[in-house]
Each structure stands twice: as C-alpha cells, then as structure tokens.
Design a protein around this ligand. Structure first.
Ligand code: SF4
Length: 354
C-alpha cells in the first residue's frame, strides 16, 4: 500500500516570493511587503520547471504560492511555461484587491488547474481576528465566485488550531456555500509566526479527526488534511470497524494518498531556491541554484531518510500505520528537533513493532 514517491514528488509547493500585502500574523512565510533581491529569476524558475518535467509520468503538480504569487509579474508566464511542459499548475494567491476577475481570467487562460484561498473563520470577525488583517474575510468571499465562475476548481485552506476548531462546522458551511471542490485542513505547526496560535492537543486532534471522518461523508467537497497524515489511520480504522477488507481499503480512493508526507511525495522550494521536504520543515537539502531539484529530491540524505518509515523514532517508528501515515515530519522536527521523531499530535499508542 506504499505510495511510490521515490523518483519524483507528486506535489511541489513553490514559494515564488515572500512578498504579500497581507502579512497575516500566523504566516508561514513570514511575509514581507516588498519582494527580496534573492528570489529566483524567471529564467531560473523556468530551468527548475524543465527539471521537474524530466520526471517520469505522472509528472509533478506545481503549486505556486508565497507570500502572494501575484506579486511576481512573471506568474502568468510561469504557469504557461509549466503547462506547456506538461506539468499541472495551481496557484495559491492572497485575497487582496489584486485578485481581480481579470487576474483570475488570465490565470485560467494560462492553464491553471486549480486555485486556493485561505479561510480561517466562518465570519469576518473570526477570520480577520485570526489573521490580524481587517477586510480579509470580505476579500476572500468576493474572490471565490471569480474563481469558480471562471471554471477553476477552488480549494479552501483552513488552519486548525485551538482557536479555530470550535468554528469548523460553521466554516464547512461557508466552504460549501462558496462552491469549493476541496477543503484542506492544515493542522498548525508552531513555526515562524504560527507560534502566535495554539495547536490542538493530541486527544483533541483525535476527536476532531474522528468527527471529520464521519461528518465529511455528507459534505459536497473533498476533505483533505495537511500535516495530519494520521487522518488516514483514523479513516482506515473506521473502514475496518465497518467491515471493509484489506483489499477494499487498498482499492479505496484514499489509498492513493498512502505514504504521502513531507519529503515523500512533497517537496518545497523557497523563494531563494532552498529545497526542503515541506514548507513547514526548514531544513534545506540543497538549493535550486546549485543543483537539479529532482536530483536533490531523489538523492539528498534528508529526503531519503524521510522515505524510510522503518527508521522513524518513537511511536511512529513502531506503528503499524507508519508506511501509510508516518506522522508529520515537520511537526516532529518542530517539537523535538528530530526530523525522524514521533509526531506529538497523534494520540495512537502502538503496541509493538509490526
Ligand atoms: S504513531 Fe505516527 S505513524 Fe502511527 S498513526 Fe500516529 S502519527 Fe501515524
């Protein structure tokens, strides 16, 4: 049931710039208002895209993020270039005045495959309060129909913290109303400005994941989690309780995500070219200016270690779900300084090595 992510990442999250007009108080990128001189140039970005396009099929999907990728005047050109090479390309813009219908239509014409917006509260007071940016909720709600109206699949990203968890049911209602195709829940990792918010405890997280496993069946969008791969364990346990066989589980749609985690299926490229296993795991295995990014993904000792769950430490190393799950490597590192350590957000207590 192991995901085959040895040769290439399935998804490349690419922080084109740290510049953003919002500078939300929990921003992973610790966004700045102005672009920095060290960003990869257009030509360097095109070179990286050619490297990614040299992978075997299926080719990686690139998610241009930031900061606000709309701050890069070459964004459309890069989307066009990626699509022409056969790569899927999505864009994760910030909800600002720059996200006009014109901008969305231009991205559609360039071939963008999906777009995402962040929504951390069901009301303006909640969302803007979490982000520390007045008016952000209204911009988000206004931008969503521009995206869906252009025929671009919309993903809504929501941060799960002690502050937002009680609001999830109401946020789900807003997500449905916006016509989103996918709702991605990011379980907070306390890095960068994210330290200003409170992560869930392991038992609270378990309760939330179990609630999601039941509740998601009735939602008109696909639910995914980021940095909470143990949602797969919760889903598998739920299927087993319902009588599903191992074959049925391995043939279910969620099995496609088995093994997918930081460094195994996921690669992040920072605005200065640093290549890391995820945007929340600040360990550079190389730099796009100095080497082929696919080569870094395949050969760097850090990435290779992250693809070997038998070498993980603590509970994740002996857990029978370690191959399909393996825990959040970024959270293990943030919490313990050990990138192979156990994920403290998981409440599961493995009995012994299986
Ligand atoms: S102990 Fe680790 S590998 Fe096992 S389910 Fe929890 S996070 Fe996943």
């Amino acid at each position: 049931m192991r995901g085959n992510f040895e040769r290439a990442p399935a998804r490349v999250y690419w922080e084109l710039t740290r510049a953003c007009d919002l500078a939300c108080r929990h921003c992973r990128a610790e966004a700045l208002h102005e672009r920095e001189p060290g960003e990869l140039t257009t030509e360097e970005c095109q070179g990286v895209l050619r490297q990614l396009a040299a992978a075997e099929q299926p080719l990686p999907h690139v998610i241009f993020t930031g900061g606000d990728p709309l701050k890069r005047p070459d964004l459309l050109a890069l989307v066009r270039y990626a699509v022409a090479l056969g790569l899927g390309a999505s864009v994760a813009p910030s909800a600002t005045h720059a996200l006009t219908q014109e901008a969305v239509d231009a991205l559609k014409a360039a071939g963008v495959g999906a777009m995402s917006l962040s929504l951390d509260g069901s009301t303006a007071a909640r969302h803007d309060g979490i982000r520390g940016v007045p008016g952000c909720f209204d911009e988000t709600v206004a931008a969503a129909p521009r995206i869906t109206g252009a025929g671009i699949p919309l993903q809504i990203n929501t941060l799960v913290t002690a502050e937002t968890e009680p609001d999830l049911e109401a946020i789900a209602g807003v997500v449905a109303g916006l016509g989103a195709a996918r709702w991605s829940l990011f379980f907070l990792i306390s890095v960068g400005r994210g330290r200003t918010l409170t992560p869930l405890g392991a038992h609270e997280c378990e309760a939330t994941l179990r609630w999601l496993a039941v509740r998601a069946r009735g939602w008109p969008f696909v639910l995914t989690t980021t940095e909470a791969p143990h949602y797969r364990r919760v889903l598998v346990e739920s299927m087993r309780r319902a009588g599903a066989s191992a074959h049925q589980i391995s043939e279910s749609p969620m099995a496609r995500s088995f093994g997918f985690r930081d460094g195994n299926g996921i690669m992040f490229i920072a605005s200065n070219g640093d290549v890391t296993p995820s945007g929340f795991l600040p360990l550079a295995a190389g730099n796009a200016r100095e080497g082929d990014v696919l080569e870094i993904y395949r050969e760097a000792p850090l990435f290779r270690q992250l693809r070997e769950p038998d070498g993980f430490h603590g509970r994740c190393g002996i857990c029978r779900f370690r191959t399909m799950c393996g825990g959040s490597r970024a959270r293990a590192y943030a919490a313990t300084g050990d990138v192979l350590g156990e994920d403290p957000l998981c409440a599961y207590e493995p009995a012994a090595v299986v």
